[in-house]
Design a binder for this molecule. Structure first.
Ligand SMILES: NC(=O)c1ccc[n+]([C@@H]2O[C@H](COP(=O)([O-])OP(=O)(O)OC[C@H]3O[C@@H](n4cnc5c(N)ncnc54)[C@H](OP(=O)(O)O)[C@@H]3O)[C@@H](O)[C@H]2O)c1
Length: 326
């Protein structure tokens, strides 16, 4: 029997590599990995493991039409930071406010996402589309916090999918939690107190979903495609922990004492140099909650349980000797 084809966008990255790996392990699926650079090490590794690696660029609609031919499923991830980071560095060096970097990255990501949605909507063989989303902070905070444009870019693409009724009825959404490697979850050494601490602008009792994207995205996307009906919106996480529990588990894994210090976003901006691109999301979580009102289900509500390693497992397996200075 002919294999079903899944096209994975971002297959050389964190989330997409996990999706590609999961489907490469399923005999009934053929994995087509889209990349701008088929000769990168990540692309070569995918090809060596049996993926069909095709050159394509989300900025180039004709490359997408070709890459999506005969697809049964498409996993779409769009990226923000590749454009944001150098733009912010350049603008900061000029002494300008960083927000124009957000506008540039938002414009790029939403254009890319819309290209992919348009191309997917024209694929007659398509049975399932899965987009990796984030809840828009502007919407979630009812317009109060508008500078976390990486979340608004994803929300804009989600809204755009809804404008294509044929695609919308084949669509599932995965909302990955914060990555295990997210610097906001890692205590830093404070030379003043000689202790580790997380300085955070959300209260310690608030919970954060945490995921290892390179391991867990694929199993969750497989569940959405094979076990669930379209329309499911999944908050995907390995662990869903109170912020003070994040610190507690980090301390147990590393053997280092660490404190949780609640500070304002103004403090994080002025004393630690963090941009409002990140900070508005923290203010919104603290005030309005995480992804409220989006109708997300959680992993325990999936029809078949998806077993992933916990954040504690990841902390325990990591070699901390190189990272911890004191
Ligand atoms: N950090 C967190 O805690 C967190 C949590 C949830 C969601 N996210 C979101 O995750 C997204 C990034 O996902 P990731 O971590 O999996 O990405 P990543 O590891 O940084 O890799 C980016 C991927 O996107 C592909 N890509 C970028 N631009 C492309 C284009 N124009 N055409 C085709 N492919 C393109 C790259 O492929 P090639 O280079 O091979 O072409 C690569 O595979 C961000 O938008 C971020 O907001 C982050």
């Amino acid at each position: 029997m002919a294999k079903k084809i899944i096209v994975v966008i971002g297959a050389t990255g964190n989330q997409g590599s996990s999706v590609a790996n999961t489907f490469l392990g399923l005999p009934e699926w053929h994995v087509r990995a889209l990349t701008r650079n088929p000769s990168s090490d990540a692309s070569k590794s995918l090809a060596a493991r049996g993926a069909e690696v095709v050159r394509g660029d989300l900025a180039d609609p004709s490359s997408l039409a070709k890459a999506f031919e005969n697809a049964n499923a498409i996993f779409l991830n769009t990226d923000y930071w590749e454009i944001y980071r150098p733009a912010k560095a350049a603008l900061d060096a000029e002494g300008k406010a960083p927000e124009p970097a957000s506008v540039k990255a938002f414009t790029n990501e939403t254009a890319n996402g819309k290209n992919a949605v348009d191309a997917a909507a024209a694929v007659p063989t398509l049975e399932r589309f899965v987009y990796s989303a984030l809840g828009s902070v502007s919407k979630g905070s009812k317009g109060k916090y508008t500078r976390s444009m990486h979340t608004d870019a994803k929300g804009t693409i989600v809204d755009y999918i809804e404008t294509k009724p044929e695609l919308a009825q084949k669509n599932s959404l995965i909302y990955p939690g914060a990555y295990v490697e997210n610097p906001l979850l890692a205590p830093r050494f404070d030379p003043g107190t000689r202790k580790y601490a997380i300085h955070m602008a959300i209260r310690e009792h608030l919970k954060m979903p945490i995921i290892n994207p390179r391991e867990s995205t694929g199993p969750f996307v497989r569940a959405l495609i094979e076990d669930e009906a379209p329309g499911v919106k999944l908050l995907a996480y390995d662990s869903y922990l109170r912020m003070d529990d994040v610190v507690d588990r980090w301390s147990r894994a590393t053997g280092k004492e660490a404190a949780y210090v609640f500070v304002t976003t103004k403090y994080l901006h002025e004393k630690m140099g963090l941009a409002y691109e990140h900070l508005d999301a923290l203010d919104a979580i603290d005030e309005f909650g995480y992804n409220t009102g989006l109708g997300l289900i959680e992993p325990h509500q999936l029809k078949n349980k998806v077993q992933t390693k916990s954040f504690e497992d990841w902390l325990g397996e990591k070699d901390w000797s190189k990272e911890l200075s004191a």
